[in-house]
Design a protein around this ligand. Structure first.
Ligand code: DAT
Ligand code: MG
Length: 151
């Protein structure tokens, strides 16, 4: 697997519920590297851009109202296979179906309050990183732990 980057966001419910450090620690302990992070309240227009693929869905308006209702922690995480495996750490979209051990399985109940977003594929990841971050906000650096994480 290649070293790649994915966009992860802690939604307003995750922030309000005090789950920022819990969520960050799951990615960090796995071995992924945090290369960008900020906290902001997105505008509704920005939320609509982020969820543009879902604009025909009946829950789109409520979803965009929700994402723009308070602070969101926006992040970029890097590592081998992080796009796909990040989705595994997060769990199924509906917490009713998310396995225990996943972020949503352990920490959420309702689909509309599922606390975290993660890019669903490599192309989406690139687009979402470009939407949420300027290139200079992404930090290139090495971790000494990498030699213990990768053969
Ligand atoms: P995911 O966040 O797992 O990528 P998605 O991209 O299909 O899921 O949908 C984006 C968000 O929209 C999801 O995290 C929660 C909300 N959502 C999805 N399906 C929903 C539904 N049936 N009812 C209400 N909200 C829904
Ligand atoms: Mg999605």
């Amino acid at each position: 697997a290649e070293i790649e980057r994915t966009f992860i966001a802690i939604k307003p419910d995750g922030v309000q519920r005090g789950l920022i450090s819990e969520i960050i620690s799951r990615f960090e302990r796995k071995g992924y590297k945090l290369v960008a992070i900020k906290i902001l309240t997105p505008t509704k227009e920005f939320a609509m851009l982020h969820y543009d693929d879902l604009k025909e869905r009946p829950f789109f308006n409520g979803l965009c109202d929700f994402l723009s209702s308070g602070p969101v922690v926006a992040m970029v995480w890097e590592g081998q296979g992080v796009v796909k495996y990040g989705r595994k750490l997060i769990g199924a979209t509906s917490p009713h179906n998310s396995e225990p051990g996943t972020i949503r399985g352990d920490l959420a109940i309702s689909v509309g309050r599922n606390i975290i977003h993660g890019s669903d594929g490599p192309e989406t990841a690139k687009n979402e990183i470009n939407l949420w971050f300027k290139p200079e906000e992404l930090v290139d650096y090495g971790l000494d732990s990498e030699k213990w994480l990768y053969e």
